[in-house]
Design a protein around this ligand. Structure first.
Ligand code: SF4
Ligand code: SF4
Ligand code: SF4
Length: 389
């Protein structure tokens, strides 16, 4: 099969000069039988079926490190997605993705939970009144908080949306949750190779329910939801005129208003940039600005940060397809964090937090892993009720 006859996106690989930068920058490189460069070579030679049979494109977190290092600017992530789509067309869903996509299509959530369970995490938010809790889902609001499936439906992650809710309430923000009306953003289907068309319904529904609240701003705590809302929904032609903000872009202004009082004891943290937020969305300075606004908190950077940040191993559905590889990648990142001697490893993604926490346990590392929201909420000075004096 000639690559030239294939869809344009695979044809892009013809400009590859086989330099190997992608292979050496790939976080999973040490654990794979073939290198990324060898995979691209197969495609260049027209050996598309052989390339597909390696399944190497499933052993990938879609972290985009290879893409930013490629001197020819080849869209390697898109090529990987194209190979996944072709695999699905030919062989059906890969591994456990069959179950995941079926559940998603039926229930619009990655866990198969019924819609009302999307609000279970609101039942025990510390430090808020019953009246405040009853007003978390409103008919109209300036700001809508799109919680995302993992934060809303995995009890281990509940503290993330609970923390943002506490901070927004303390800051006096007029916001609403979508509650039962929220659907998955659709990313797991994209990563499973189902293609952009498969999430059109998800995009249309989510945009409609946010617009129905009259919201101007959509706030997200998940970098992947952020990426999907900001880029994928627009690529699908779903123009929505809603301002999409990750909480790290929104909270600095709120905290600068000085309405929230924080603890001042000294702690040292290091920060892991989630790939979807840092490398893919260029939200790099904002989380650091937010950290600098917290009194007593000293940030020490890891060797690889910002655009060069190493992946945590949790993206691209890799945990589902190869949990061992995912954990090995996370262990390397934790080892890097340990070099900083920080007390906390803080990130801004619930999935990064989960994979890094698993690796901390495996490495028996003395590091506390937090999402920045949990960290900020824990730094609120409850002796003053969190109110500024
Ligand atoms: S996207 Fe990341 S994990 Fe995938 S091939 Fe590129 S560097 Fe490796
Ligand atoms: S970095 Fe780019 S040019 Fe170099 S081998 Fe990889 S795909 Fe080819
Ligand atoms: S979970 Fe976070 S760091 Fe890991 S792949 Fe996703 S965005 Fe990247």
């Amino acid at each position: 099969m000639e690559v030239a006859a294939e869809k344009d996106i695979l044809h892009e690989i013809m400009t590859c000069i086989q330099c190997g930068s992608c292979s050496s920058s790939c976080p999973g490189a040490d654990n794979l039988d073939l290198t990324r460069r060898q995979l691209w070579r197969m495609l260049q030679m027209g050996l598309v079926e052989e390339a597909m049979s390696t399944e190497l494109f499933w052993q990938c977190t879609t972290c985009s490190m290879c893409e930013i290092r490629c001197p020819r600017g080849i869209p390697l992530n898109k090529i990987i997605m194209e190979l996944r789509e072709r695999y699905l067309e030919k062989n059906g869903p890969y591994g456990s993705m069959q179950q995941m996509t079926t559940i998603l299509n039926l229930t619009k959530s990655i866990t198969g939970d019924e819609p009302k369970n999307r609000l279970l995490w609101t039942e025990n938010i510390p430090d808020i009144t019953l009246e405040e809790r009853e007003k978390l889902v409103k008919d109209q609001a300036e700001v809508v908080y799109f919680t995302g499936c993992v934060s809303a439906l995995f009890p281990q992650a509940y503290k993330i949306p609970q923390s943002l809710t506490r901070i927004l309430l303390k800051g006096g923000i007029d916001f609403s949750l979508l509650g039962e009306d929220e659907w998955c953003c659709g990313y797991p289907k994209l990563a499973a190779g189902c293609g952009e068309d498969s999430i059109k319904d998800f995009a249309a529904h989510n945009i409609e329910v946010v617009k129905a609240k009259g919201a101007k701003t959509l706030l997200v705590s998940c970098p992947t939801c952020y990426h999907v809302w900001k880029n994928e929904y627009s690529n699908l032609g779903k123009q929505h005129q809603i301002e999409i903000k990750h909480y790290t872009e929104y909270l600095p202004e709120l905290i600068k208003q000085g309405n929230i009082q924080f603890k001042t004891d000294e702690v040292t943290i290091t920060y892991h940039d989630p790939c979807d937020l840092g490398r893919k969305s260029d939200v790099i300075e904002e989380p650091r600005e937010l950290i600098r606004l917290l009194p007593g908190v000293k940030l020490v950077e890891m060797r690889f940060t910002g655009k060069d940040s190493k992946c945590c191993g949790g993206g691209g559905n890799l945990e589902m397809t190869n949990s061992e590889l995912s954990l090995e990648i996370a262990q390397k990142r934790v080892a890097e964090a340990m070099e900083t001697n920080a007390q906390y490893l803080v990130t801004t993604c619930q999935q990064c937090k989960r994979t890094l926490q698993n690796a901390v346990r495996k490495n028996r590392a003395r590091l506390k892993v937090y999402d920045l929201l949990e960290f900020i909420a824990e730094r609120i000075d409850t002796t003053t009720g969190g109110e500024a004096k």
